[in-house]
Unconditional design. Structure first.
Length: 142
């Protein structure tokens, strides 16, 4: 794994007043290696060889920390598991209602306008997420 990935995590952790630990490094490396949306359970499974005895609550707590530091996005695409996305720039997602696949869409997301509309209604948003639902190309073909 690239030293820049480790350095990016270390810098973000220290800037937030958190310690750099081997568990955090391994979990972040796994997320970067997967390079796609993944559940906490999948991240724990892939990490198990490198971190024997790693508990699922620790994985969730670490992913929540990473989210708070802006290192990943939580994606609630309507499936049975929450997914974590290493891509942090504003973008939309497509969720297949048949197979459950979630993919990134390279489409502009006007988060500022959505947040402004919510604030105009008295809400205080902390996250904007755009998820389109339907059938993916593979499910449409079958």
């Amino acid at each position: 794994m690239s030293a820049t990935v480790d350095q990016r995590l270390a810098d973000a952790l220290r800037a937030g007043g958190h310690r750099v630990t081997s568990q955090r490094l391994v979990l972040y490396r796994v997320l970067e290696e997967l390079g796609r949306h993944a559940s906490a359970e999948e991240i724990a499974r892939v990490s198990a060889e490198r971190l024997p005895g790693l508990s699922l609550p620790t994985v969730y707590a670490t992913l929540e920390l990473f989210e708070g530091l802006g290192l990943l996005q939580r994606v609630d695409a309507g499936g049975p598991a929450t997914l974590f996305d290493p891509r942090t720039d504003p973008h939309a997602h497509f969720a297949c209602r048949r197979c459950g696949a979630v993919t990134d869409l390279d489409a502009a997301v006007d988060a500022a306008a959505a947040e402004a509309a919510a604030r105009a209604g008295g809400a205080e948003p902390d996250h904007v997420e755009v998820v389109l639902r339907g059938l993916c190309a593979d499910c449409r073909a079958s």
